[in-house]
Design a protein around this ligand. Structure first.
Ligand SMILES: [Zn+2]
Length: 285
């Protein structure tokens, strides 16, 4: 008998203030049209959403998060406390995020996502020290610029990081195999669905997928005033197609036989897998 490959997908939403905007607004939650459209797509395909939430937003948006959790299958996890790219994984941010999460959600967070992929060796150590069990911050791809990275040597599938006896599972942002283009809404918009879906067909995805989206990916044309240059150009590509492309990404996963689950469930299903590659923390680079 041929063993059936288990295909698992987590749809993640990084809940943060709209990018490029000077006010702390999240139009996905505030605009009824966007809000309902998001809910409709998630429910139509029985998707489970893991929402990495900037924990300082609990003060203003805590009630909205509660309302959203009554409308869709929703799990929360911290996305730093203040979304400061210069302190993305500092001990203060990691501790403050844990404290705020405990206060508002009532349980200790299982995992963490650093702002804009800014996780490093020290940050991973802090996460272990504060009792986090997984991290979901690594882009196994490359990007130029001040906040750029070059991570093509990193796995495109979950792996274990060990420091002494302590361990953490890393869930990288899944990228299209070989070409390492992130399976994220902003990347789909940048390339356009025709090209993106062609690359998906040719190169495929790994059996475990952790996707990426932000509220502003759904309506970048409304928030890009504060941006400039190449970033503005990139973010405005296909801006009105945010919802359509989000739906196409979900359909693409369904068609390929993925089942949707929360990241905590993915963690439970993968943490003991002997097939996970282990990277010693000392060797992280
Ligand atoms: Zn973010």
């Amino acid at each position: 008998m041929i063993p059936v490959r288990e295909k698992l997908a987590c749809i993640t939403l990084d809940m943060e203030a709209d990018h490029g905007d000077h006010q702390t607004r999240v139009r996905l939650l505030e605009n009824p049209e966007f809000y309902e459209r998001y809910i409709a797509i998630v429910n139509q395909y029985a998707v489970k959403v893991t929402m990495f939430t900037v924990t300082s937003l609990f003060e203003d948006f805590g009630q909205k998060f509660k309302e959203l959790s009554k409308r869709i299958p929703l799990e929360l996890a911290p996305h730093s406390h203040r979304h400061d790219p210069y302190r993305a994984c500092s001990p203060e941010e990691i501790a403050a995020a844990k404290e705020a999460f405990l206060k508002h959600v009532g349980t200790a967070p299982l995992g963490y996502r650093a702002p804009i992929g800014r996780i490093d060796k020290e940050g991973l150590a802090h996460l272990m020290d504060y009792g986090y069990r997984y991290d979901a911050s690594l882009y196994p791809s490359m990007r130029p610029g001040e906040f750029g990275y070059f991570n093509l040597h990193m796995p495109n599938v979950p792996f274990r990081i060990m420091r002494g006896e302590a361990e953490l599972i890393e869930f990288p942002f899944t990228s299209i195999s070989t070409v390492r283009i992130v399976f994220g809404l902003s990347y789909v918009k940048l390339l356009g669905w025709r090209l993106y879906s062609l690359l998906l067909d040719i190169f495929g995805l790994p059996d475990v997928v952790v996707s990426l989206s932000h509220p502003y990916d759904f309506y970048t044309h409304l928030t890009a005033d504060g941006l400039s240059g190449a970033e503005k150009f990139a973010l405005l590509r296909n801006a009105p197609h945010g919802f359509d492309y989000f739906e196409k990404m979900i359909v693409a996963l369904k068609k390929r036989g993925y089942q949707f689950l929360f990241l905590s469930e993915l963690y439970q299903r993968t943490q003991n897998r002997t097939s996970l590659k282990t990277i010693r923390w000392e060797n992280w680079r």
